[in-house]
Design a protein around this ligand. Structure first.
Ligand code: K3U
Ligand code: ZN
Length: 167
């Protein structure tokens, strides 16, 4: 995805904002200019915040759009670098039985990192920025980001998934 110099850096909703607790709406017209602009702005906002993902509700848009942008980082040195992918109406169709614990943070939850159990692998179907339906399989850190971002579309934050016995 090219960096659009006209893209805007949007404010990021913080825990407690109503938009983060809502179930987001399906995207009806993936190629509509307002949707394409929103994706560019989400990309710029994610880069500015140094995130590896972002979901539209985090920028106050209750729409089913996520961006996934794995890169190696101190917690996940072996994470694959990838071109950011925008996914509209993502549906996780299959989760592995194998689970794994991994540290997560969130641009909407300040100063909190915690270990969350997620499926190690998944299959996801989504509409890409060209309006095509794509099915892909992911594992490890990328699968973790997808699960974290899809949770945002369903009004769930990673801190809602923490085991109270471990807190
Ligand atoms: O870059 C972050 C990071 C945090 C922990 C491990 C590795 C990287 C900042 S938090 C982040 O990028 C969230 C973005 C959010 F909030 F918009 F969803 C994505 C994420 C980070 C770690 C695990 C799963 C998802
Ligand atoms: Zn988050």
């Amino acid at each position: 995805m090219l960096v659009n110099t006209e893209a805007k850096i949007l404010p990021i909703a913080q825990q407690g904002e109503a938009v983060l607790a809502q179930v987001a709406q399906l995207v009806i017209d993936p190629l509509h200019p307002s949707i394409q602009t929103l994706i560019q702005d989400m990309h710029a906002t994610m880069l500015a915040a140094n995130g590896v993902g972002i979901a539209a509700p985090q920028v106050f848009q209750s729409l089913r759009i996520i961006m996934v942008a794995s890169r190696p980082n101190p917690r996940y040195p072996d994470a694959p670098p990838m071109e950011p992918i925008a996914m509209m109406n993502p549906e996780i169709n299959w989760y592995s039985d194998e689970m794994c614990l991994g540290e997560e943070g969130c641009l909407s939850v300040a100063n909190t990192r915690a270990s969350v159990a997620r499926a190690e692998r998944l299959k996801v179907t989504y509409i890409n920025q060209q309006g095509e339906t794509v099915e892909s399989e992911y594992s490890g850190f990328v699968a973790r980001i997808i699960q974290h971002e899809v949770d945002h579309l369903n009004g769930v934050l990673f801190v809602d998934r923490l085991d109270p016995d471990l807190m």
